[in-house]
Design a protein. Sequence first.
Length: 297
Amino acid sequence: MKIQQLIIAITSLSALLFYSRAGKSEQSPNKSILYQAMTHKDQDQPEPLLTSLSARIGHIEVDIFLDEATGQLLVGHDRDELDPVKNLESMYLGPLKDWADTWGIIYPEGSPLNLYVDVKSDASKTYIAIHNLLKNKYSNLVSRVERGRFVAGHLNVVITGNRDWEAIKSEKIRFVSIDGRLSDLGQHYPPNLVPMISDNWKLLFPDWQEGDALSSRQRQIIKGLAFDAGLNGQYLRFWATPEDPQLWSELLRLGGGTIVLNTDKPVKLSRFLSSKGDHFPFGKVKSVKAVSPEDGL
């Protein structure tokens, strides 16, 4: 058995044990899939993929580089972290496919998982490698858009980081969508192409410091952005936010069902969200109840 196949097998077995343990866990007592949570740099978790799955996180982000010599998609935030054994297939796609093939689902009731692939290498070359891999080996696992029609799968793959917009948009059969930026808000991209609008919290509010209360102006900005995203059926996410339950609560209150909380601590966020109720899957953002920016603060 090849090393990569062995890693996939071990990870799949670990997933079974992890799910069993999660079923008895108090992390998410309501058992909802937490679509208002994203694990940032999931590869840095104690057990990549498994920690987030156990915490029932709806969005998982993983950083990758294309190794042009081998064609492999290697996992890591920086090049000095790369290891040929740790790649997108062995750590994520392979175990998820094995799980779906064995049990018919990834999450209970067939709820989809959203996998955000943060491309650190050349956008065009890396996208071609991702597209070919999904098309040739994982087409039965992932969602696709075929001639404008969305066909749901167990896994929604979203490209973030370096994104080849034109190549992705022009595909007749598309296996990925794109993580947008604030500059894409209001462009009316369909949610199956741009399901999420993401941007840097520190650039949006450079004067805000951890522990500060949000000002009325900052609240109004967040509500306006969330409203615009919700009207188009998109999520809204800010990265570089602190692991602060007070800020999390405020963002959820302002977000009207569109905000996705970014975290490096998925278990902590899972515990926080588990009693919060409504969480909306891919393409199901509750835009009709988004908070209007004209509403009172």
